[in-house]
Design a protein around this ligand. Structure first.
Ligand code: GDP
Ligand code: IMO
Ligand code: MG
Length: 442
């Protein structure tokens, strides 16, 4: 069996956690391939809510294989807390495997992330301050500490010294911070290693074995296409590649293993942190969407910026990911609006119209959204389970989105609950849709 990638098609927080949890029922493994605990993936089951940051969104199925791939950056303290919190809620975490090659977020990465933001002042990126950027920077500079290093005191100490040496100047303000004391840090990280040891594995080999055994592997992205370090709104991006292409290197499998790429998008747009957002709403409508959609960060609690659905960006994300299916979440949030706008092109500062996402930062930063107005609908969608349950306005809206994105809508979210989804015919024809149809009447 092949692998399926689930990725964010916007600026993150599209509902990847919910969709991954839903698909995981029919898969054999769920694997994270990039990002770290900057991610916050929510799963709602009945009246229980789970917020996962590092652990893949398949963990709620007892015995399901969950893998943190080599492309993820791991704050071991956060991972251990997350494991403990899950265990306290009686979740079996025995199936978790962690790549021995994944890089570790160290105390100095956290300090450097915050210090870097403070230095940028008004120009700050608005990072989650979880040390993500500095950790990936060390990885690229070949100064990273990896999960496997936790199992060897001598190597660990040596590598910490080597990693801190070139940072002496920037770490000077934290000279007296006990978190940076070499002995304390080494001892602490060795304890983390001891706690995590049973989960550490050669996950690339494990992935290969699973695929060889015809198992269905779900690769769970974090963040979203527009936060991609190469193709997103650089420099207002994260420090990894949330695109489907990264699922291969981030786990150690080849591209031919991937059969489907599902891109997740809200029915509108949100963004946390700074950076261009042409369809942003600064008015009451933006506030209404934020309140109705509960648009406050899962990781940092920050209010999310809100705006109309940006089809220029979504089309770009579909292309970058070779998206085979689109999932539209939070359609329910738009109920009750008389008119709904969507951004169908950008207008540059000099009046030029852009139907394709502009590659030049200056053009993008001065672009304004050209909007197309569509009729809204009044009905609450929370109980809709088939396309025909949806009011005509909502169906027309989805058709418009699919046509402008170039990817068929497979699944629609009509509420946070696990059962609050609609499978379309196109969705049922996908690998996972077919499996879902076999096991549950849809
Ligand atoms: P992720 O980071 O992509 O996993 O998304 P987050 O969990 O950060 O944010 C998505 C939020 O929307 C969570 O609170 C979900 O419970 C919620 N959510 C997901 N799908 C839907 C939906 O279709 N309708 C509504 N109303 N909420 C949803
Ligand atoms: P999930 O997986 C939304 C944003 C931050 C900031 C930028 C860089 O839940 O969708 P970083 O800490 O990564 O260096 O911050 O990226 N960001 C996210 N926004 N959802 C996320 O994850 C995000 N992870 C990072 O707000 O703008
Ligand atoms: Mg999130």
């Amino acid at each position: 069996m092949p692998a399926i990638v689930v990725v964010g098609a916007q600026w993150g927080d599209e509902g990847k956690g919910k969709i991954t949890d839903l698909l995981a029922e029919h898969g054999d493994a769920v694997v994270r391939f990039q990002g770290g605990n900057n991610a916050g993936h929510t799963i709602v089951r009945g009246d229980e809510e789970w917020k996962l940051h590092l652990i893949p969104s398949g963990i709620l199925y007892p015995g399901k294989r969950c893998v943190i791939g080599n492309g993820v950056v791991i704050d071991p303290r956060v991972l251990i807390d997350e494991l403990d919190a899950l265990r306290a809620r009686r979740v079996d975490v025995g199936g978790l495997r962690i790549s021995a090659n994944a890089h570790l977020i160290m105390p100095y990465h956290l300090l450097l992330d915050s210090a870097g933001e403070a230095k940028l002042g008004k120009l700050q990126i608005g990072t989650t301050r979880r040390g993500i950027g500095p950790c990936y920077a060390d990885k690229a500079a070949r100064l990273g500490i990896r999960v496997q290093d936790l199992l060897d005191e001598k190597i660990l100490k040596k590598k910490i010294v080597a990693a801190m040496e070139p940072k002496r100047l920037s770490l000077r303000p934290f000279e007296k911070d006990p978190a940076l004391d070499l002995r304390t840090m080494t001892e602490e990280y060795l304890i983390f290693g001891h706690r995590l040891e049973q989960h550490i594995a050669d996950t690339s080999k494990l992935m290969w074995e699973m695929l060889e055994n015809d198992e269905l592997v779900i690769l769970e992205g974090a963040q979203g296409a527009m936060l991609d370090i190469d193709h997103g709104t650089y420099p207002f991006v994260t420090s990894s590649n949330p695109l489907a292409g990264a699922a291969c290197v981030g786990t150690g499998i080849g591209p031919k293993a991937i059969e489907e790429v599902w891109g997740i998008s809200k029915a509108y747009t949100t963004r946390v942190g700074a950076g261009p957002f042409p369809s942003e709403l600064h008015d009451e409508m933006g506030e209404t969407i934020r309140e109705r959609g509960g648009e406050f960060g899962t990781t940092t609690g920050r209010p999310r910026r809100t705006g109309w659905l940006d089809l220029v960006a979504l089309r770009y994300a579909a292309r970058l990911n070779t998206m085979t299916a689109l999932v539209v979440t939070k359609l329910d949030v738009l109920s009750g609006l008389d008119r709904i706008n969507v951004c169908t092109s950008y207008r540059g500062a000099e009046g030029a119209e852009f139907e394709d996402f502009p590659y030049h930062q200056t053009v993008l930063h001065h672009s304004e959204a050209e909007l197309t107005e569509l009729p809204g609908w009044k009905e609450d969608l929370g109980e809709c389970r088939t396309l025909s349950d949806l009011p005509q306005g909502a169906r027309d809206y989805l058709d418009f989105v699919a046509e402008h994105t170039g990817a068929p809508v497979a699944l629609i979210g009509v509420g946070p609950g696990r059962e609050q989804v609609i499978w379309t015919e196109a969705g049922q024809q996908t690998l996972i849709g077919a499996a879902a149809a076999r096991s549950t009447p849809v």
